[in-house]
Design a protein around this ligand. Structure first.
Ligand SMILES: [Zn+2]
Length: 190
């Protein structure tokens, strides 16, 4: 899955969860933790695999559930102790939706071997094929067709939903940018 797919999937799950639990849209800072959770697995694993060449697969060290679950638990515990458990929940939803999104994506296209990362190192993971990675990038340029249209409509739908929720996360970024040059804490909001 592409980074924006992970963002959309994580956000859909999280806004559904928060609305079901409290009837309210996602919180401002919590949404940024959700965003971090949706991107962190690839930022670490794909950097180690594709940039540094330290591991053979971009879904390995921090994609496995043996790391993902404890990591989410630690972040949740940290924020719970600070009285902001929602931020930990958001991070966990983002992180786990990324991992399972990758697995489901591979299953849907029949690449079952690529699901083994879920329980690495109990099962080995196949080495990433550079050809398939390059192919994915090329596909984006060539697929100016129904597939791209579907992605466009889905993307618009996601943006509209985010705006409907009050654009959570945007205010926190504005506050942070507005405070550049000052040593300050982010406002304590959800
Ligand atoms: Zn991934």
């Amino acid at each position: 899955m592409w980074p924006w797919n992970h963002v959309a999937l994580g956000y859909l799950l999280y806004t559904g969860l928060t609305r079901a639990r409290s009837g309210e849209p996602p919180g401002d800072v919590a949404t940024l933790w959700l965003l971090l959770g949706t991107q962190l697995p690839d930022l670490i694993d794909k950097s180690l695999a594709w940039t540094v060449g330290l591991v053979p697969s971009g879904r390995m060290l921090v994609h496995t559930l043996f790391v993902a679950v404890p990591a989410c638990w630690l972040v949740y515990r940290y924020w719970s102790r600070l009285g902001r458990p929602e931020r930990g929940v958001a991070f966990g939803v983002g992180y786990l939706s990324h991992v399972f999104g990758d697995a489901i994506g591979s299953l849907l296209i029949g690449e079952t071997a690529y699901v083994r990362f879920l329980i690495w190192p109990l099962l080995s993971v196949p080495e990433d094929s550079q050809e398939s990675i390059i192919g994915e990038f090329t596909e984006i340029e060539l697929a100016l067709s129904p597939g791209l249209a579907v992605h466009g409509v889905a993307g618009m739908g996601f943006v509209l939903l985010w705006l409907y929720d009050g654009a959570p996360g945007a205010a926190a970024v504005r506050r942070y940018v507005g405070r550049r040059g000052h040593v300050g804490r982010w406002e304590n909001r959800r």
